[in-house]
Write a protein that binds this ligand. Structure first.
Ligand code: CTP
Length: 214
């Protein structure tokens, strides 16, 4: 199987030295790439700026902005993949105008006008007649199940992997995580706390089961 995995945050420039971004270490996406390779799959990893070492054997494409990530995902989707895992923490907004020169303190920046970025998971689609398993993630601080189910429907995913970002011991930057999975057919599953690599191994098995049932 060919996996297309996104990981890490995106960065949206304000000026040459400042940007808007999301908290994301990239560890979960990189663990998924490693687990997929371990299971014998081919992996293209589209990564935002992170400090994690790339797993040997993955074809890695580095991007910075949401727009660059969207273009890379669409291009890789068009050339062929079987499982698409949108694990990146894409910035939802970007400055409407990027200042070519550094904004000085003395300029007294009062506000930054923002515009939405493209929702990659909701808009990138495989070519017609191509069946691709589509996996989304959801970072939730409240109403986890309701919000995750909404994303599953609205972004037309086969499965959404949701984590509770209010927990300090799992999620952001941590080596461990805990996931609640919501499937298109209404089923649910819980992957209890474990290392991101072990969770990734479980997820790869689950994605393979979805693929077999199609
Ligand atoms: N996502 C995306 N493009 C965006 C924003 C999010 O592809 N511009 C993807 C994420 O990679 C993730 C899923 O959508 O797989 C859900 O992301 P999340 O940040 O939890 O939700 P949002 O869609 O940003 O919605 P909200 O801010 O209401 O939680």
């Amino acid at each position: 199987m060919r996996f297309l995995i996104t990981a890490g945050p995106t960065r949206e420039a304000i000026d040459p030295v400042r940007y808007i971004s999301n908290r994301s270490s990239g560890k979960m996406g990189y663990a998924l790439a490693e687990a997929a390779l371990e299971a014998g799959h081919a992996v293209v990893l589209i990564s935002g700026p992170v400090c994690v070492a790339a797993p040997a054997g993955a074809e890695i494409e580095r991007v910075t902005t949401a727009e660059e990530m969207a273009d890379a995902v669409q291009r890789r989707m068009d050339t062929g993949c079987d499982v698409f895992v949108m694990c990146a923490a894409v910035a939802d907004f970007r400055p409407r105008a990027v200042s070519a020169r550094k904004i000085r303190k003395s300029d007294g920046l009062a506000s930054i006008e923002l515009e939405p970025t493209r929702d990659i998971l909701a808009t990138v689609r495989p070519p017609k007649n191509r069946r691709v398993i589509i996996v989304g993630f959801a970072a939730e601080s409240d109403e986890l199940e309701m919000n995750a189910q909404k994303k599953l429907r609205e972004k037309r995913c086969d499965v959404i992997c949701a984590n509770d970002i209010t927990r300090m011991d799992t999620g952001f930057d941590a080596d461990e995580n805990e996931l609640n999975l919501y499937f298109r057919d209404g089923k649910k599953a819980r992957l209890p706390r474990d290392t991101k690599l072990n969770l990734a191994r479980e997820l790869i098995k689950i994605f393979m089961m979805i693929a077999e049932n199609h």
